[in-house]
Structures are given as structure tokens and as C-alpha cells.
Ligand binder design. Structure first.
Ligand code: 5RP
Length: 253
């Protein structure tokens, strides 16, 4: 491993390496976006070369398309491939119930479509992504450009009644201009501090006509692999995670 890797990068690489164990010959794979998912694409490409692994992959962003093509990972469109066996992606935050915030890389829409089209979603992270409550990371919401300031005002109304600690909303910029996603939309970042009821907020946001999707991934992840810089990895399975949620609620009652 190159010595210049930061501890976080070593952890991300370790998580990606463990997730590679889930990949089998002949699988149809979804490839996530971000620095952790990029490690998975790199390691996958090494396995394709060394073992002649036969897989078909679908990318979740133009960035991942460039990387996968560069590394010789065979890509197809989601429409052509249909349902996927497994998607491996990163996350900005995950909680004890394996609910996620995603979209730090502005790819949440394709990521959510691909995750929802997969039999299994495995999230790979470094330890910094584990949180008690989602929301310290600004929640990305993808909105259509048309009327985006009115959509922002409507989101603001929803936040007034939501169980959150903050309500600031910022339009994500790219070199001082609004960032435009791969699907041609804007991203609003919601600075909430803490989200008390992520499932309700995800539902409420999706009722607004100008909202395309939020970065709240509820009940989608089947497992989270946490990589550590010392080489250890933790595999948190959804069923175990749900047991832990139930136990926590029983303790609170
Ligand atoms: C992109 C994402 C990424 O998975 C998320 O931002 C994590 O990125 P990284 O692995 O670089 O920390 O949701 O839209």
C-alpha cells in the first residue's frame, strides 16, 4: 500500500477490500460514487485482471463512469442490465438502524435508483461516518431547477415543523455557480444538526413537487462495512442492526 495514504484512506480501502468478498463471478453490480466507492472500483478492477472475474457493472455517476472505464471495469446502462445482485457504495453518515445520509458527491439520485434496483446494498465507510443521530452532515436534497427558490421556501416550511436542531438551507455551488447534477438538477444542503425522525422527514420532503429525491436512504442498506486504519473491519448486518434499534427503544421506554 502506498505510504502517502492518509489514515482515513487506509480505512476506506480496508472497507472496500472486505466488501469485495461479497462479489461473485457472473454478478451484476452497482458501483457507488465517492472516495470510498472509488477504492472498491480500483480493487474490483484488480480482481477482474488477476482472476478473470466476469461481472457487469452499472455506475451511479459520470465520475464513476470515468473511473471504471479508465480501469477497464465493464459498464452497462441500468436499463440494459435490469435488476442488480449487489451495489457497493459509500455514505456520509449512518446510524444504528443503518439509515444513511448520502449525496455529498451530488450523486444521490442515481445512487438511490441503483440501490433500490439491487437485491443487496452494502455500504463501505471509515469510522467517522458512524453517528448516533443523522444530521450533522448537511442533508442534500436534489431539486428541479425550475422554481427552485420556491421549492426551497416549501422545504423551509417543512423544517419548521420537523424534529431537527437547525433549519438553514444553502444552494450547493460549483465555482460560484449553482452545481448541476448529472441529471440536470440543483442540490440544496439542509443544515439540520440532528434529525429526530429521518423516515418522516424523507417522506415529507418527497411530497413536494420540486423535490426529486433526498439524500436520506431509509431501510435500503443491508450491511455496513466499517474499515479501520489498523486493518480491522466490522461487518454490521441489517438484521443485527434492527435488533440493536429495538433494544435501544426498549431501554428508553
Ligand atoms: C456521493 C455519496 C458518497 O457515497 C458519500 O458522499 C461518501 O463519500 P466519500 O466516500 O468520499 O466519503 O453519497 O453522492
Amino acid at each position: 500500500m502506498p505510504e502517502s495514504l492518509s489514515p482515513a484512506d487506509v480505512a476506506k480501502r480496508n472497507a472496500a477490500a472486505r466488501a469485495l468478498n461479497f462479489v461473485e463471478d457472473g454478478m451484476k453490480l452497482g458501483l457507488g460514487t465517492g472516495s470510498t466507492a472509488a477504492w472498491f472500483v480500483r480493487l474490483l478492477s484488480e480482481r477482474i485482471t488477476s482472476e478473470g472475474l466476469d461481472i457487469t457493472a452499472v455506475a451511479t455517476s459520470s465520475t464513476t463512469v470515468f473511473l471504471a472505464e479508465d480501469l477497464g471495469v465493464p459498464l452497462r446502462s441500468l436499463d440494459r442490465v435490469g435488476r442488480l445482485d449487489l451495489t457497493v457504495d459509500g455514505a456520509d453518515e449512518f446510524d444504528i438502524g443503518l439509515n444513511l445520509i448520502k449525496g455529498g458527491g451530488a450523486a444521490l439520485l442515481q445512487e438511490k435508483i441503483v440501490a433500490s434496483s439491487s437485491d443487496r446494498l452494502v455500504i463501505i465507510t471509515d469510522p467517522a461516518k458512524r453517528v448516533k443521530d443523522l444530521g450533522a452532515f448537511p442533508l442534500p436534497v436534489e431539486v428541479v431547477q425550475f422554481g427552485s427558490s420556491l421549492t426551497q421556501a416549501a422545504i423551509d416550511e417543512i423544517l419548521r415543523d420537523a424534529d431537527v436542531d437547525g433549519t438553514d438551507i444553502t444552494l450547493r455551488l460549483n465555482k460560484e455557480k449553482p452545481l448541476v447534477t448529472d441529471e440536470g438538477h440543483y442540490i440544496l444542503d439542509l443544515h439540520l444538526g440532528r434529525i429526530g425522525n429521518p423516515a418522516k422527514l424523507a417522506h415529507d420532503l418527497n411530497t413536494l413537487p420540486g423535490v426529486v429525491e433526498s439524500g436520506l436512504f431509509i431501510d435500503l442498506a443491508d450491511a455496513v462495512v466499517v474499515g479501520h486504519e489498523n486493518g480491522e473491519t466490522e461487518l454490521i448486518l441489517r438484521d443485527t442492526a434492527l435488533d440493536a434499534v429495538e433494544m435501544m427503544h426498549n431501554e428508553d421506554a
